[in-house]
Design a protein around this ligand. Structure first.
Ligand code: UDP
Ligand code: MN
Length: 417
């Protein structure tokens, strides 16, 4: 009896051992057959197999994952509206257009990693936190490095008959400090000024007239060149403007190139009224514009949005649409078509103001200054004595430059007495 119980026990033990061995070998050989298919094992992160192409399924790109994660959240309606999510997705995609160097790219990636879904097992953030997280994320541009002079495209309008009369003073003063950034748009070949400005003197196909079409033509050429430059800011000046480049950089650092920003100074005390000839009932529109003679700047975000209306020469047709000059057309596109209001900056100054009224001690803070050279109504800035007199420096721009940058070579010609 005892012997029988022992043999039953042994049989049970053996059958257990054999069963275990059988299961283990089945498992082992089934793995072998996978290996014998020569399919590589799945790497970390590749959780599925692309059966069509017989390769590990491509890991979705970071952007795909972010978009997927956002749309999953949207589908689950985790506490914020579809529109906002949609808006964030669009922002995310368009934000990447603003990355202009490797440092910013890394910064951008780091910020976007925060949006990826948390790893498995990590507690999901509550929706309100996700939302505020997104806000931080989408203002990632706060983390962009400071704007430098090299981030600015400066376009200047001139015409052949003004080369000698107006360009020299600019070339030997402020343009010297922004040589790489400044492009001078003219209308005729000029060997002498080509030597002075090199390939920064752009001979456009625009006619040498002070007509709406000719001015719009130059603005169109300038805008297209700006787009190619991929810079953060597009700034425009006339050839009778003094541009304090340091002050410009300082000013632009108060704004984000990723926001829609239109900076300049109005010359009228009321919005201009124009007729939109594209509207069936010739609708009248009212808007503000920054006067071109004082200079103005557009952020990259806004300039890119303008592309539909201003890119590839189309700017000229918008000029025709309202039959007004180039600077007014910029205002029309920004304020009326793109709903971006002008930000009035009184540091831009044209000769349509009383320039002599600017207190001398405030001159060095201005972003732009100008001069009116009509013999009867001379409109020039008032400087404290020193440097050059009215005969040596009729526009006063040279003296202004020397007041701001006394160590420049051009100022050594004469020291204040
Ligand atoms: N301009 C031009 N073609 C012309 C006349 C002027 O491109 O036939 C440019 C000029 O070089 C300047 C701007 O247009 O940059 C404004 O011209 P100006 O200062 O003579 O006139 P304003 O409008 O200031 O009175
Ligand atoms: Mn002028």
């Amino acid at each position: 009896m005892f012997k029988m119980r022992v043999s039953v026990k042994k049989t049970v033990q053996w059958s257990f051992v054999l069963t275990t061995l059988y299961i283990a070998s089945v498992h082992f050989f089934s793995k072998r057959s996978i290996l014998s298919d020569r399919r590589p094992s799945l790497d970390r992160g590749e959780r599925s197999w692309d059966k069509t192409n017989d390769v590990p399924a491509r890991s979705p790109s970071r952007k795909d994952r972010v978009i997927q994660s956002l749309s999953q959240k949207r589908n689950k309606s985790v506490g914020y509206g579809n529109q906002e999510t949609e808006h964030n997705i669009n922002n995310l995609i368009s934000d990447s257009a603003f990355i202009d160097n490797e440092k910013d790219r890394l910064e951008f990636q780091r910020n976007h990693e925060r949006l990826l879904p948390p790893p498995e097992g990590v507690k999901q953030l509550n929706p309100s936190k996700i939302l505020s997280g997104n806000r931080t994320l989408f203002t990632a541009n706060n983390n962009f490095r400071k704007t430098l002079l090299s981030d600015i495209f400066i376009g200047m309008k001139t015409t052949e008959r003004y080369h000698r009369q107006r360009l020299d003073i600019l070339l030997e003063t402020w343009v010297k400090r922004a040589k790489e950034e400044t492009f001078i748009f003219t209308d005729e070949e000029d060997k002498e000024y080509k030597l002075k400005a090199g390939d920064h003197l752009i001979v456009s196909n625009c006619s040498a007239r002070h007509s709406r079409q000719a001015l719009c033509c130059k603005m169109a050429a300038m805008y297209d060149m700006y787009l190619e430059s991929n810079k953060r800011w597009f700034c425009h000046v006339d050839d009778d403007n003094y541009l304090n480049v340091n002050q410009l950089v300082k000013l632009l650092n108060n704004y984000k190139h990723t926001d829609d920003v239109y900076l300049g100074r109005t010359s009228l005390s009321h919005p201009i009224e124009a007729t939109d000839r594209n509207s069936p009932d010739l609708k009248k529109v009212k808007f503000w514009f920054a006067t071109g003679g004082a200079g103005f700047c557009l952020s990259k975000a806004l300039a890119l949005k303008m592309k539909t209306y201003a890119g590839g020469g189309t700017f000229k047709s918008v000029c025709n649409r309202i039959r007004l000059p180039d600077d007014v057309t910029v205002g029309f596109i920004s304020e009326v078509l793109l709903n971006t209001k002008l930000t009035q900056v009184k540091l831009f100054n044209s000769h349509l103001q009383s320039l002599w009224n600017i207190p001398p001690e405030k001159l060095s803070q201005q972003v732009t200054l100008s001069y009116g050279d009509k013999a009867k109504h001379k409109n020039i800035i008032k400087l404290l004595d020193g440097y050059f007199n009215d005969v040596e420096d009729p526009t006063r721009l040279l003296s202004l430059h020397c007041m701001i940058f006394p160590d420049e070579d051009v100022c050594k010609r004469k020291r204040p007495s």
